[in-house]
Design a protein around this ligand. Sequence first.
Ligand code: COA
Length: 357
Amino acid sequence: MVDRTQPLRQARPEDNGDLVGLLRRCPQGTRLIIAQDRSPDFFLRARAYRQSAIWVADAAQGGLAATATAALKGVRLGGTASLAAYVFDVAVDQAHRKQGLARELLAESERWARSAGASILYAHVLRGNAASAALFAAAGYEPIRTLRAFLMPLGRRASRAESAGDWRAAGEDDWEGVAALLAETYSKHELRPEPDGTLRDHWCRLPGLVPEDVRVRGLPARPDAVAAVWNYGPVAASLPVRLPAGIRIAGAACRALSLPSLPRLGEASRYAILLGAATRPGEPAERRSAIRAALRRAAALGLMSAITMVDPADPIVAALRGLLRFSDRYQLMVKELEPGATKPLERGVIYVDPVDL
Ligand SMILES: CC(C)(COP(=O)(O)OP(=O)(O)OC[C@H]1O[C@@H](n2cnc3c(N)ncnc32)[C@H](O)[C@@H]1OP(=O)(O)O)[C@@H](O)C(=O)NCCC(=O)NCCS
């Protein structure tokens, strides 16, 4: 039973163990079912944002029945600087489902976002997650775009080749050029973040990211390419709860042949998020070489895979072709808080912020 004498409340540091446990017990997916392991520190995930709120519902018998997080970020929408709220980590324990808890958590997130001045709320819902899709739709969110998520397994071979090419760690002098290159690459994308402060401040605030993971190519202070990965290891590990037979069989074959490893049932694996891969010129082959440099770096960090999520209309899709990858789909669900705020999203190419993954 949920303790309805208690209203929802903001999470406190002492909820950490219960929050980690709750998220682990609420996996998502259909054929491939994955849980998130946020140990040792659930709160790290939200620290990537300038402001966030984690709500919880207490269970009458102790522990937590449900949680959800909302985070605020500056974004560009139709050429205008706006405030958006991203809703994630919505989880309701099995015993407490279908009692309106998630609906309450979304309503609380919305009140918070409105009072902060956000013009939209958005969330990513995995294909096949009917409960979640219905939940967001019932709360007034609309499906705006189907996004493609890619998981790219990493291998020992890739890690041995870490020093290949003329990539180097970004130095102090390179950051301005890196920011300019990314701004140029994504100048027309909708929903791209507008961080307060520099790109360096923004990225180096991400728990687990070290400046050496931002690789550049070109003359000092004049990079013509950037390849950046975020070691997501400190923030989360993925924990497969169910794997389709194809991945189980392919995984066994890969292990036997020392090829890049695939997720294994019940085994938590730490992964990287592709933060950026941009080149001048931006031809697919050029960008593919940047993505490869980022993957080599992730492999050298001892991570098992790297993930990215993109709008199918994003030119980077062509660069991802030819790389070993598995894909899935997510629905971008958006609710406008200011009339007309979602219009630019319907037309434009969406920037899927790696920080939201
Ligand atoms: C999705 C989830 C959060 C829903 O939590 P919940 O507390 O059971 O949801 P609520 O009781 O507040 O339901 C609100 C609305 O969502 C929809 N909904 C919820 N569960 C549903 C289900 N199993 N099937 C279809 N619709 C469902 C309904 O529209 C419902 O309104 P109704 O009760 O008037 O029909 C919960 O199932 C869960 O934790 N799932 C695993 C983790 C997850 O998928 N999180 C979302 C990530 S994006």
